[in-house]
Design a protein around this ligand. Structure first.
Ligand code: NAI
Length: 484
């Protein structure tokens, strides 16, 4: 029997987890549970990452965590346990399935428009690295990491999943028209992987247009893959299309460890009342059962859930308000009573029990993800970020004195807009400029040259940060300022 780790979580977590496990037990799901200590009370005991070392060890040994929502204490300087867990264990793909559930009324269900959208969100990188600095008291900077290996991992997962589920279309959501290097890299990886799936229609949509299309024609989308922050926003939008967060399941999938949880939080306003809706956690449980190969159990319980919802059974947060609401335990019992029944809409097939397919590898050291792309690297110049209240021409006059024999001053920008050598007096300024120097004769520079310029410029300005201007192969690996 497969053993999984279970963390009940905080707030409504224990109530909905008990309800889901009671349904699993009634369905004789062949899983064993090892309960682990994670969440608010573990933070309160002084564990800064919100889990005990025993819990971490158990999850790493078993490879699967089924978790209730958890509260991250505010104002204690600790990081979200949910984000920490996803990042620590490299669960790089966040899969969220949003389907029309008959009995859960939405504008789309009332209009007879079916929804079946799977969002795959990159789960580790992007601004979620949380690498942020104040460059001046007025200027905050967030670093957005998009890497080739990280993008390839999640995009390969999305294509493989889409192909296995018989998807008709896979779409990349992005903002590569603005973020040409970061989103551009993600998009490039998408089309690189697409070459291996000629039978799958692969296309891309700019993320703002994607949001508009999802709310006007959600039935035209099938699988959508996005970077982390955009995926976060778009998946909550999709939750709204099918009835809200109470119906939004989530699987955080990695090569070694996977985490299954509902999208919603601990619902402190209703915690302890026994009235929470366990559907999202139950839907996440189906993903877990499929992950370990228990398709027949997943389908049997899902059919019972869909039948239950169709018959008008509801908890207080949804459904026909003129009918009485059930509490969490009554709702779970109603699902159990409907085992063996088939819903009228979207019944799941009875499938034979697959062999358990989950393998847990015990890693002895961190896995290094290396790009297969090997290109020559050359330093062309440097962007120096300086703090100053001077006007652009005054800054240029000082900078020109520091350029020396190796550098030329190319341009100065403020919040990404060029303000020197040309610019507009209508461009408002903040007290932090980006001063761009390039090699005077196209010759490669070295790090000592750059540090020398830094030291020289620091005689006139406080230099807050620097970025090298690299060329990789024949490609310039940096953006131009607007207006440059
Ligand atoms: P929330 O999702 O907990 O609640 C938002 C609203 O939805 C509330 O009115 C709540 O009563 C309702 N709701 C949520 N789940 C429900 C359910 N199953 N049945 C019926 N109603 C439900 O979001 P909120 O209030 O922003 O966050 C509360 C706490 O949860 C915070 O500490 C937050 O950090 C944590 N959280 C944890 C997550 C996780 O563990 N994955 C995800 C999101 C938030």
């Amino acid at each position: 029997m497969t053993k999984i780790a279970v963390a009940k979580g905080d707030g409504i977590g224990p109530e909905i987890m008990d309800a889901v496990l009671s349904i699993f037990q009634a369905a004789q799901v062949p899983l064993e549970y090892e309960f682990v200590d994670m969440g608010k009370w573990v933070f309160d005991k002084g564990f800064s990452n919100g889990m005990t070392s025993e819990a971490q060890q158990t999850i790493e040994n078993l490879g699967i965590l089924f978790k209730g929502p958890m509260e991250t204490p505010k104002g204690k300087g600790v990081k979200s346990i949910n984000v920490t867990a996803r990042k620590t264990w490299n669960t790089y793909a966040n899969k969220r399935v949003f389907q029309t559930l008959h009995g859960v009324d939405t504008v789309f269900s009332k209009a007879g428009i079916p929804i079946d959208v799977t969002i795959v969100r990159e789960n580790i990188e992007d601004t979620y690295g949380g690498v942020e600095h104040m460059l001046t008291p007025d200027v905050a900077l967030s670093r957005r990491f998009i890497t080739r290996p990280g993008s390839m991992q999640v995009i390969k997962y999305a294509f493989e999943m889409a192909s296995k589920k018989g998807a008709r279309r896979i779409t990349c959501g992005h903002k590569a028209n603005i973020m040409k290097l970061t989103d551009g890299l993600f998009l490039e990886c998408f089309y690189e992987v697409a070459k291996n799936y000629p039978d799958l229609k692969a296309d891309d949509v700019i993320v703002d247009d994607l949001c508009m299309k999802l709310v006007t024609r959600p039935d035209t989308f099938d699988v959508v893959v996005l970077t982390n922050l955009q995926g976060d926003i778009v998946s909550d939008l999709c939750a709204g299309l099918v009835g809200g967060l109470g119906f939004a399941p989530s699987a955080n999938v990695g090569d070694h460890i996977s985490i299954f949880e509902a999208v919603h939080g601990t619902a402190p306003d209703i915690a302890g009342k026994g009235i929470a809706n366990p559907t999202a956690l139950l839907l996440s449980g189906f993903s877990l059962l499929q992950h370990v190969g228990l398709y027949d159990k997943a389908n049997m319980i899902e059919n019972a859930l869909l039948y239950t919802l169709e018959s008008g059974v509801r908890t207080g947060d949804f459904g026909d308000r003129s009918k009485p609401a059930m509490n969490t335990v009554e709702f779970a019992n109603a699902v159990v009573k409907n085992f063996g029944k088939k819903p009228e809409h979207n019944p799941k097939p009875d499938m034979a029990d697959h062999a358990i397919s989950c393998t847990v590898f015990n890693l002895s050291k961190n896995a290094m993800m290396e790009s297969e792309t090997h290109v020559s690297e050359k330093i062309n110049g440097v962007d120096l970020f300086i703090e100053s209240n001077l006007q652009p021409q005054e800054i240029a006059d000082k900078c020109l004195r520091h350029a020396g024999v190796k550098f030329k001053l190319v341009n100065i920008s403020n919040r990404g807009t060029q303000v020197w050598p040309t610019g507009s007096k209508f461009t408002n300024l903040v007290n932090q400029y980006n001063v761009r120097f390039e090699s005077i004769d196209e010759h490669a520079l070295n790090q000592q040259d750059v540090i020398g310029l830094y030291v020289s410029l620091s005689g006139d300005f406080r230099v807050c940060s620097l970025e090298l201007l690299n060329t990789f192969g024949d490609k310039k690996a940096y953006s131009l300022a607007q207006g440059q």
